[in-house]
Design a protein. Structure first.
Length: 232
């Protein structure tokens, strides 16, 4: 089987899962965007995915993402940065990413804004919210109580557009329970920012419960591309 055939098969299976999850949730499949996460995979795979109809690509390591976006600059793709943001790299990320999904600290807002200004186009921003249970140490994401201040900072930034929320289900917990909490957080958030209705949640192993609570974007890597090259 060629690499193109492998990717086409993975895509077909994931798209089928999305269709079934949407049907069960009473949603239209057009409401859910698939973000193909290509971390550790070559730009040649990105080109094959684009040829297979993928429009949105996710990366979570700045150096790799920057190089891959440059190598695939001729393709009509939206690049999503989904990894942890470092203060000294935030501005650089904003120079190539169309969407930054992992903003979780107000001190990064100014750096992202300056990077977007240098690029000459606004950057869409999602606030990453932690779904860790109360009292647990947050691995990534803002505490839900801090979202209001973080959102206000993004709204005040001239070159950033607040688009919604992103979350990752915690390890060691049923994703459906975590995503139920996310639905509550999102409801409160939308009361104050009704136009910021993007919800990025769900990955290869838990996209169905994410779609059930309203995810508009799912971030899928291994179910499409297979095991990561470094894991083989």
């Amino acid at each position: 089987m060629s690499r193109r055939e492998e990717l086409a098969d993975g895509l077909a299976q994931v798209r089928g899962r999305i269709e079934r999850a949407c049907a069960e949730a009473g949603r239209d499949t057009s409401e859910v965007t698939l973000v193909a996460v290509t971390k550790f995979f070559p730009a040649s795979d990105v080109r094959l995915l684009a040829d297979l109809g993928v429009t949105d690509v996710g990366e979570n390591r700045h150096q790799e993402a920057e190089a891959k976006a440059a190598e695939c600059a001729d393709l009509d793709l939206r690049w999503h940065y989904i990894g942890g943001l470092q203060s000294n790299k935030a501005g650089a990320v904003a120079r190539y990413a169309h969407v930054v999904e992992s903003l979780d600290r107000t001190k990064l807002v100014g750096r992202l804004d300056r990077g977007a200004q240098e690029r000459g186009r606004p950057v869409d921003v999602l606030l990453q919210v932690s779904l860790d249970p109360p009292g647990a140490e947050h691995r990534a994401g803002a505490d839900p109580a801090d979202l209001a201040a973080l959102a206000d900072a993004v709204v005040a930034a001239e070159h950033l557009r607040l688009r919604g929320l992103m979350a990752v289900a915690p390890l060691g917990e049923e994703p459906s329970a975590a995503f139920d909490r996310l639905a509550g957080v999102r409801s409160t958030f939308l009361d104050h920012h009704p136009s910021a209705d993007v919800l990025s949640a769900g990955m290869s192993g838990d996209l169905e419960p994410a779609i059930a609570v309203g995810a508009t974007h799912v971030r899928v890597g291994s179910a499409i591309l297979g095991s990561r090259p470094l894991d083989r």
